[in-house]
Write a protein that binds this ligand. Sequence first.
Ligand code: HEC
Ligand code: HEC
Length: 76
Amino acid sequence: MKRIFLFLVIFTLFAIGFAAAENLKPNRAFEGAPPTIPHSVEGMDDCLICHKEGVGKAVKTPHPERVNCDQCHIAQ
Ligand code: HEC
Ligand code: HEC
């Protein structure tokens, strides 16, 4: 019984560790590279609805004049 408990604790710690590592992964190939898109793009034709002014948690685009986002930003 004790062993099962120990196993569960270790397993949980591993799971949390992996989840944290996944979150820390950079979404840029290098400093200054266009970040990949961390969300689904299905049905989103107008990226600027959110990214022009930074609606909600959306990151404000530093370059609203570049219209064809998918030319540089890749969905993951
Ligand atoms: C409904 C609002 C909304 C729309 C529409 C939208 N996004 Fe986003 N976007 C967000 C939010 C919120 C985030 C913040 C992070 C997240 O989702 O994890 C984000 C994050 C991003 C990032 C990452 C920025 C960074 O610095 O890491 C990129 C790149 C991006 N979006 C590109 C796009 C592109 C390209 C489109 C159009 C196909 C688009 N987004 C449409 C809300 C939106
Ligand atoms: C010509 C290539 C190109 C196009 C087209 C483009 N981007 Fe970008 N984008 C970049 C690059 C390069 C960066 C990284 C800039 C930096 O880190 O200084 C970037 C960064 C971003 C960021 C992150 C800003 C931050 O501070 O983290 C967002 C959000 C974004 N772009 C959204 C968009 C949206 C929305 C569109 C379409 C309306 C778009 N981009 C079109 C090249 C492009």
